[in-house]
Ligand binder design. Structure first.
Ligand code: ADP
Ligand code: MG
Length: 264
């Protein structure tokens, strides 16, 4: 946690020379076209987006609007067809494969819409995996995994396999996996989509804490109650940003959030 602010400015390959003080993510004319047989799908169409270091951005918009595609590009899981993605002042295109992998492993936490838990691994092993890739020492891995599972109310299911869990429980494990390493950038694709409101609020509180500790967050959500936690909301429609609004950064609900806890 404590090395986050320092790492943004010097140790990441993506944050090498040329980084501006404040803009962590900058998309300039980013377009994504999927080609299948005869069909061309323009998932993203000339996206301009600037996300400051430490900013919390909500992404909303109808199904098919390009939200997941946008997160995949931000998370270096996919590349734009056109346009430039600058991360920490450096064009992502200029990174080698292994530098990209390093950025993903060391800096980015990803909560996938479809969870993407590994079926052959237990809950504990799923949460531990990214820390293993990172080279986190065993003792620290253990404490981080346990703390993350505790935070999402899944400590009682560490030896279960994903198939033995409900959708909401899998989602909470996916959140634990993404936040276990205190990522500098958290990309969350509808992280509360399968949760009841108490669990949803508790996840929001967890993301809020990461944000308070300096993380930059980009979260897809359909729920305006959750979008209010963000500094800013971006609306994606047909691959374009159609609207941006400042969030209220809801403080009013915080008391209720703290008291809500998790149910299983
Ligand atoms: P959202 O997350 O907002 O629902 P997506 O980013 O998943 O939207 O999809 C945007 C558009 O791109 C949709 O029309 C979708 O069908 C299409 N699309 C997404 N992924 C692929 C893919 N791998 N191959 C072809 N088309 C895709
Ligand atoms: Mg989606």
């Amino acid at each position: 946690m404590t090395d986050q602010s320092a790492s943004a400015s010097n140790s990441s390959p993506a944050a090498a020379k040329g980084a501006t003080a404040s803009s962590l993510i900058k998309l300039d004319g980013v377009t994504k076209v999927y080609y299948t047989d005869e069909l061309e799908t323009h998932a993203l169409d000339g996206i301009q987006l600037d996300i400051l270091e430490g900013e919390y951005v909500a992404i909303a918009g109808p199904s098919g609007g390009g939200k997941t595609t946008l997160l995949s590009i931000l998370g270096l899981l996919d590349s734009p067809t056109q346009g430039v993605y600058m991360l920490g002042g450096q064009p992502v295109e200029s990174l080698s494969r292994s530098q990209r992998a390093d950025v993903r492993n060391q800096r980015i936490g990803f909560i996938f819409q479809a969870f993407n838990l590994i079926g052959d691994l237990t809950v504990y092993e799923n949460v531990e995996l990214p820390l293993t890739y990172r080279g986190t020492p065993a003792a620290e891995r253990r404490s981080r995994v346990n703390a993350a599972l505790e935070r999402v109310g899944m400590s009682h299911r560490t030896n279960h396999y994903p198939a033995q869990l409900s959708g909401g429980q899998q989602q909470r494990v996916a959140v634990a996996r993404a936040v276990g390493g205190d990522p500098l950038i958290l990309l969350a694709d509808e992280p509360t989509g399968n949760l009841d409101s108490a669990n949803g609020e508790a996840i929001m509180e967890l993301l809020g804490e990461l944000h308070s500790n300096g993380a930059t967050i980009c979260m897809v959500t359909h729920d305006p109650r959750f979008a209010r936690h963000a500094d800013r909301s971006v609306h994606l429609f047909d691959g374009r940003i159609v609207e941006e609004e400042r969030g209220e950064r809801a403080d009013a609900d915080k008391q209720g959030l703290r008291e809500s806890g998790f149910v299983s």
